[in-house]
Design a protein around this ligand. Structure first.
Ligand code: N01
Length: 488
C-alpha cells in the first residue's frame, strides 16, 4: 500500500474515531497524516488494543502470519514466532499507538453511548456524560467483541468459577483444577492446547468437530531474527504473504476450486496421521467440508486431544448443576472451572451504541432484520459515518489489518469530498440494495454454505462475508464508484 500524502485539508473537519483497537489506531494515524488535528479517539477500555486487550486467555495467538498481521507502514522486527502470541500483538499496538501519537488523542474509559445526526453534524454522548459535536464519525468498534454466553439450563447455579473466554478471570487458578470448556472454535482450540498440561483434568464439550489445518509455529532462530531487522525485507514479506492469502480466498469463495480441495486434503491428512486412536479420530471427524466454518489452524490441537488429562465429550450438554455439567447420557462431569469459549455476537457492530441518523431513524431500525451497509463501510441515511470492518465485509481467514488498510484508503477518498467543501456523503439506498443482492447471489458458490453452522451465517443462512476474490476486493477499494453516493 502506498503511504498517504500529507496535505493540509481545505476545511477543518472534526472527527470522532470510536474504538482504539487495530482499526481505530489505523484511522487516527491516517487522519493525522492527512493533516487533521481535530480528531478524538473514544475508547471504552483503559488502553488501546481492542480484541487483543480484551482477550487474555492462555494460548491466545493469531493464526494469520505475524508479518502480515502488522500494519504495512509499521513492520515489526521483534515478532518472535511465525504466528504471534497475543501479548506480543497487544504490545505492538500499544507501541504503534504511542509512537504515532494516537494515545495522546484518545479519551480512555469513555464509552460512546449515543450518536445523533442533528442535520449538520453528529452529536456524541459518552457513558461518563461527555458531549462532543463532530462532522465525521469513524466507527472502528470491532466485530468479535460482544461475548455470546450460551443459554444453558442451570448455568447460574454452578458453584465453581465460570467465565467467557474473552473475560478470562486470572484470579481463578486452573492449575491442578478440573476444568471444562464449552466450544471448539479458534479460541477453544488455542485454550485446550495451552492448558492441557496445567490442569488436573480437562473436559472438552464438543458440539461440532472441526477441521484443523496444521500450523507449525516454532520460534524464529537467531539468524531469522537478525534478518528481520531489515525493514525492507519485512515489507516485501508482507506483500508476498498478502498475495498468498489473496489466493486462499479462492478456496472459500469457490467450494469446487483446487485450493479448496488442497485445504480439505491437508486437514484430512492431519486428522488421519495425527490422531492415533480410531475411535477418537471418528469423534473428531467433521461431516462437512473444510473451511465451511472458519478454518482452525493449530500446531498441536490433536496432540492436546490425546493428552492423558483431556477427555472429549460429544454427548450434548443438557444442563449445568452446582457441581458441574450434565450431558445427555446422564453423566455429571464434576468441575471446578467452566470456560465458555462460545464465540461472539458477530452482528452487533456499532451496537449497543444508539445511532440515530437522518429523519430520526435508528441504526437498529435500519438493521432490522439484519445489518446492511454499502461495501461494509457506509449506511444510507447515516451521513458522514464510516465503519471499518463493518457488516458483510471480508472475513474468511484474511488479515483484518490489511482489510482495514484498504477500507480506510477508500474512506479517505470519500473524505476528500468533505475536505473539498461538501457537507455530507452517504451511499444511495438503491445502490446499497443492488450490491447486497449481488453479494447474496455470489455467496451461493462459497464453501460457507456447504452445510455447517458458523458465525459467518446470518439469520437466513447467508454468509455475512465478501463472496468475491481478494483481487476484486482490492480493485473495488481502489476507487469509489461515485454513482453509488449522494453528496450534498
Ligand atoms: O467462537 P466460534 P471462537 N453449546 O463462534 C460452540 C476469531 N478468532 O471464539 O461449532 C455447546 O468460532 C460452538 O459450537 P458449534 C476467528 O475469526 C481468531 O472460537 O456452533 N457449544 C463452537 O465450537 C474465530 O472464528 C483467532 O456447534 C456451543 C464454539 O462454541 C472467531 O474469533 C483466535 C454453544 C464457538 O466458536 C470466533 O472464534 C480466536 C452451546 N450452547 C478467535 N454455543 C486468531 O487466531 C456455542 N458453542 C486470529
Amino acid at each position: 500500500m502506498q503511504p498517504q500524502r500529507a496535505t493540509q485539508p481545505d476545511r477543518t473537519l472534526r472527527f470522532a474515531v470510536i474504538g482504539a483497537g487495530m482499526a481505530g489506531i489505523l484511522a487516527a494515524i491516517r487522519l493525522s497524516e492527512r493533516g487533521h488535528d481535530a480528531v478524538t479517539v473514544y475508547e471504552k477500555g483503559g488502553t488501546v488494543g481492542g480484541t487483543w486487550r480484551e482477550n487474555t486467555y492462555p494460548g491466545l495467538a493469531c493464526d494469520v502470519p505475524s508479518q502480515l498481521y502488522s500494519y504495512s507502514f509499521a513492520p515489526n522486527p521483534d515478532w518472535t514466532h511465525p504466528y504471534s502470541p497475543g501479548p506480543q500483538i497487544q504490545q505492538y499496538f500499544e507501541r504503534v499507538a504511542a509512537d504515532y501519537g494516537v494515545v495522546a488523542r484518545t479519551r480512555f474509559n469513555d464509552e460512546v453511548t449515543s450518536l445523533r445526526w442533528d442535520g449538520t453534524a453528529w452529536q456524541l454522548t459518552t457513558a461518563a456524560g461527555h458531549r462532543d459535536v463532530v462532522d465525521v464519525v469513524i466507527a472502528a468498534t470491532g466485530v468479535l467483541h460482544h461475548p455470546n454466553v450460551p443459554v444453558i439450563e442451570g448455568l447460574d447455579s454452578f458453584e465453581g468459577h465460570c467465565f467467557h473466554s474473552a473475560r478470562w478471570d486470572h484470579a481463578v487458578t486452573i492449575d491442578n483444577a478440573r476444568v471444562g470448556i464449552v466450544g471448539t472454535g479458534s479460541t477453544g482450540v488455542q485454550i485446550i492446547s495451552a492448558i492441557r498440561d496445567r490442569v488436573d483434568a480437562l473436559v472438552v464439550f464438543q458440539r461440532t468437530p472441526q477441521w484443523v489445518l496444521p500450523m507449525p509455529n516454532d520460534p524464529f532462530g537467531p539468524e531469522l531474527l537478525e534478518r528481520h531487522q531489515d525493514l525492507d525485507l519485512l515489507r516485501a514479506t508482507h506483500a508476498k504473504l498478502s498475495e498468498l492469502f489473496g489466493k486462499f480466498s479462492n478456496a472459500v469463495i469457490d467450494a469446487d476450486s483446487p485450493e479448496a480441495a488442497m485445504i480439505g486434503q491437508a486437514c484430512l491428512d492431519n486428522l488421519e496421521t495425527n490422531v492415533r486412536d480410531p475411535a477418537l479420530r471418528e469423534r473428531l471427524r467433521p461431516d462437512y467440508r473444510a473451511a465451511c466454518k472458519r478454518l482452525i489452524a493449530s500446531p498441536d490441537y490433536y496432540d492436546a486431544m490425546q493428552a492423558s488429562t483431556v477427555e472429549l465429550v460429544t454427548d450434548p450438554i443438557v444442563g449445568v448443576e452446582p457441581d458441574g455439567v450434565r450431558t445427555a447420557d446422564d453423566r455429571l462431569h464434576e468441575l471446578d472451572v467452566l470456560v465458555l469459549a462460545t464465540g461472539f455476537h458477530a452482528d452487533w457492530f456499532v451496537r449497543p451504541m444508539q445511532v440515530v441518523g437522518r429523519d430520526q431513524r435508528t441504526i437498529d431500525d435500519f438493521w432490522t432484520p439484519r445489518p446492511l451497509a454499502y461495501l461494509s463501510m457506509t449506511v444510507p441515511g447515516f451521513p458522514n459515518l464510516f465503519m471499518i470492518n463493518g457488516p458483510n465485509g471480508p472475513v474468511g481467514n484474511f488479515s483484518l489489518i490489511e482489510v482495514a488498510e484498504y477500507q480506510f484508503a477508500y474512506v479517505d477518498q470519500l473524505l476528500d469530498r468533505l475536505r473539498n467543501g461538501a457537507a455530507t456523503i452517504e451511499p444511495r439506498l438503491d445502490a446499497t440494495e443492488a450490491l447486497e443482492a449481488e453479494r447474496v447471489a455470489a455467496s451461493r458458490q462459497s464453501v460457507w454454505v456447504t452445510g455447517c453452522r458458523s458465525w459467518y451465517l446470518d439469520d437466513r443462512g447467508v454468509p455475512a462475508t465478501w463472496p468475491w476474490t481478494f483481487d476484486r476486493f482490492r480493485e473495488v477499494m481502489a476507487e469509489p464508484d461515485w454513482s453509488a453516493y449522494a453528496v450534498t
